[in-house]
Design a protein around this ligand. Sequence first.
Ligand code: SF4
Length: 125
Amino acid sequence: MNIDKDKPSTWIKYKESLCRDCMGTCCTMPVEIKIEDLVRLQAISEDDLHISRRKLVNRLKKEGVIQSYRESTQLFMISQRSNGDCHFLDPKSRLCREYPNRPNVCRAFPSIGLRPGYCPKIKKN
Ligand code: SF4
């Protein structure tokens, strides 16, 4: 069965070794992160925590870091390229450019996500 990231029923049971030659499919799905994640990613400074949320959101959108912000959950959606790649994904190596500082939700995947314990692994070309 072909793996389709949008159809969790096609995902396979996760084990760490699957990441080795993966094209980083999990980094091509929408990712919502908290403001603390933006600080750790060094996309914003500690001082930025005190400026108006609207100003901050506009700046991050302009810089291409986020594509939206949800007031109700206070979550920021990381920008995706036209092919779905996360803003922080290296298109060549297919690895996260900010791996040591990656958001908590990325650290927790696939324990959390659309199908906990399963991942949409697609082999790197
Ligand atoms: S921040 Fe890094 S680990 Fe998280 S989705 Fe983007 S590229 Fe992947």
